[in-house]
Design a protein around this ligand. Structure first.
Ligand code: KG4
Ligand code: ZN
Length: 387
């Protein structure tokens, strides 16, 4: 079956088309088309993501990205055929708040034949609601005009799937046999969660952050060090330089909630500790910044690894699955690999760590397989959608 996926939850506009072969839960996915536009440079100017800027950019990019994906898949055919008046009204209604997307959609729709697509997956949360709505309305319009079912996908489930997708070639991924129960550590700009996965698509949150998400803490500390947005990769680079040059921190930062009895996290105290440390300095030298980056990263990694181990022990997990943007962090990947030699460890391939549409396609394929389609009208954006 062929499935088109749309992701607009934050600052990446992404569209992918996959073909799923083999039987579930161990299918093979062939990538027929995959396109992404990152708004990161735009948001870097403001030092963070503004929802209405993100929304406007998604509306601008969705049609061109979809055309590219269909072209790459050899499924784009020019055929001039205008929208009929009833369709025109319906699309106007769907795109009421996005005139630019409506204009592009009308042009785009009239130029293609309905491709042989079996389902359209779209992220409906968690994320920025104005941004999510653009993707949802676009998916609705395609679904209605092509008469193809919609599959709402949880963005965090996408991150779980991205981690277990094993690259066979540049365009082929395999889902291996998984041993359950699994414990998943999901770390991104908005989430820091430990999730118990008892079986496919069966999730229970067993640990959560009480304040900042870990990616958010990276971004905030980076800002204190006057590093550009997004701060995670910048801190990571600086910490690597510090290790290479043997720059040893002359202070130590707290490891919040390291030894507490639960599986929860807290990162705001760590962030505040960095703030006080910097305030005490007359001048913040580059050398000092290196020390902060190294010690901050070490503190975060130690907490994440230790809490994941605790969850694995408590729930007798056979598998650990790491996902989310922060799983791009080299130090974290290294520490997890050293720690979890006794069970199956899944870390996403570098290309799938940050937001993308392939992971939404993979999750969508699983949901479609278990008949979890939804009526166009029933799908709404849900900013805090839980797993
Ligand atoms: O999953 P993601 O792309 O978007 C969300 O769903 O939030 O995660 C983005 C987050 C940002 O906070 C970014 O700073 C962080 O992931 N990040 C990293 C690294 N690469 C991205 N944090 C630490 N080290 C990295 N190498
Ligand atoms: Zn994400």
């Amino acid at each position: 079956m062929k499935l088109l996926a749309i992701e607009t939850s934050c600052d990446e506009t992404a569209v992918a088309l996959i073909e799923s072969d083999g039987s579930f839960p161990t299918p093979t996915f062939t990538v027929l088309g995959n396109a992404l536009f990152s708004q990161v440079d735009l948001h870097a100017e403001f030092g963070g993501v503004y929802p209405h800027v993100a929304k406007r950019e998604h509306a601008k990019r969705l049609v061109p990205l979809t055309i590219k994906v269909l072209r790459d898949a050899g499924m784009y055919s020019e055929r001039m055929e205008g929208l009929n008046p009833a369709q025109m009204l319906r699309f106007k209604e769907l795109f009421e708040r996005e005139p630019e997307l409506f204009r592009q959609f009308a042009e785009f729709y009239s130029a293609i034949q309905p491709p042989g697509i079996d389902a359209i997956a779209v992220t409906h949360g968690p994320g920025l609601e104005p941004a999510l709505w653009v993707g949802i309305n676009f998916a609705r319009a395609l679904s209605e005009s092509w008469d193809v079912p919609l599959v709402p996908v949880n963005h965090m489930e996408g991150h779980v799937l991205s981690s277990v997708m094993q690259e066979i070639s540049q365009t082929e991924y395999r889902i291996p046999h998984l041993q359950f129960p699994a414990v998943s550590l999901l770390v991104s700009g908005g989430h820091t969660e430990l999730v118990l996965i008892k079986d496919w698509l069966d999730y229970t949150i067993i640990g959560n952050t009480r304040d900042d998400a870990v990616g958010e803490a990276f971004d905030k500390v980076a800002r204190m060090l006057e590093l550009p947005y997004p701060g995670g990769p910048e801190i990571s680079k600086l910490a690597a330089v510090a290790r290479e040059e043997n720059v040893e921190p002359t202070f130590s930062l707290p490891r919040p909630m390291l030894d507490t009895d639960n599986l929860d996290f807290s990162f705001s105290g760590l962030k505040t500790a960095v703030l006080y440390l910097l305030k005490k300095q007359d001048t913040v030298t580059d050398e000092f910044k290196k020390q902060v980056a190294r010690e901050f990263e070490d503190a975060v990694v130690e907490v994440l690894v230790k809490k994941t181990r605790k969850a694995v022990e408590e729930y007798h997990a056979a598998t650990t699955i790491i996902g989310g943007g922060v799983s791009a962090n080299a130090r974290l990947r290294e520490a997890l690999t050293e720690e979890f030699t006794d069970l199956d460890l899944f870390i996403p391939p570098a290309t799938l760590t940050t937001d993308n549409a392939l992971m939404i396609a993979a999750a969508g394929a699983f949901r479609f397989h278990s008949n979890q389609t939804a009526e166009s009208e029933a799908i709404t954006a849900h900013g805090t959608l839980p797993l």
